[in-house]
Design a protein around this ligand. Structure first.
Ligand SMILES: Nc1ncnc2c1ncn2[C@@H]1O[C@H](COP(=O)(O)OP(=O)(O)OP(=O)(O)O)[C@@H](O)[C@H]1O
Length: 251
């Protein structure tokens, strides 16, 4: 861990995500050429991220998750492009997803097998073809995160925080170049939050994290503040957090 890998280069070029507007939505939509009404939920985004640690803050519904989902092609831009190390999320989708791992807020979106160990093995199926080899590699991943005991229990018998740590091990198992995490500390107590922060610190990967935890937001090289679908600040974490706090000072 903590190696000397070069950070990935993530380029968003005029990227916009639009969704059709419900007739009863209280929003100001734009009208498309065909008369359809659309609402921009994030963008336009013009960013080049080259930093190892990027955090994203913003109010509920501001567009953080959508921005994150653009990075591994879970969401494709309605206009513009998103590239990771030169790979286009639309054109080179599966190559991008092998490179960019995504950790969901709800760990049960990640943990689909009866036990965490089986989930880690599932992550490793592409890189470790033989059963015994895969089982040994899964054991090493669980040991590395101190999760060997939890790995054999039913995921439904684990606490929310335990599931969240296991889900992180599952996404890191394949050693992705980029780790994108959507609110990874929501279910964690203070001890496990610190454990997660130390784990993130030690990773050689590029890590992009959306969070409401302002202490975690500060542990970055660069922080984006998202407000009403736009990046309204992009720069040093401390100034970004001050900007976000000021934005949310009045209800
Ligand atoms: N597939 C979709 N269809 C329609 N609207 C969507 C879709 N995905 C997201 N939205 C809307 O886009 C806006 C931004 O959502 P997003 O999940 O990106 O916000 P967020 O900043 O991550 O919020 P939170 O902090 O609450 O998780 C919200 O108003 C949401 O309801």
């Amino acid at each position: 861990m903590g190696g000397t890998r070069h950070p990935a280069v993530i380029e968003l070029d005029g990227a916009v995500v639009e969704v059709p507007v419900d007739d009863d939505a209280h929003v100001a939509p734009s009208r498309g050429a065909g008369g359809d009404r659309w609402r921009t939920i994030v963008g336009p985004l013009d960013l080049t991220l080259r930093e190892r640690r990027v955090t994203v803050v913003g109010a509920n519904g501001s567009g953080k998750s959508t921005l994150l989902r653009l990075l591994n092609g879970l969401v494709l831009p309605s206009r513009g492009t998103v590239r990771v190390d030169g790979l286009d999320t639309g054109r080179d989708g599966s190559a991008v997803r092998r490179r960019v791992a995504f950790g969901f807020t709800d760990p049960l979106s990640q943990l689909v097998m009866p036990t965490g160990r089986e989930d880690v093995e599932l992550s490793l199926r592409r890189t470790h073809r033989g059963r015994a080899e895969r089982a040994a590699a899964a054991g090493r991943v669980l040991d590395r995160f101190g999760l060997a005991d939890l790995g054999d229990r039913s995921v439904y018998d684990l606490s929310g925080g335990e599931r969240q740590l296991l889900a992180l091990a599952v996404v890191l198992a394949t050693d992705p170049a980029v780790l994108v995490l959507d609110e990874p500390t929501t279910l964690l107590d203070r001890r496990n939050t610190l454990l997660l922060r130390r784990t993130l610190e030690s990773l050689p990967q590029t890590v992009v994290v959306a969070t409401h935890d302002l202490d975690l937001a500060l542990e970055a090289d660069r922080t984006l503040v998202v407000d009403r679908a736009r990046v309204v600040f992009d720069g040093p974490p401390r100034e970004a957090v001050e900007r976000y706090v000021a934005l949310t000072a009045t209800p």
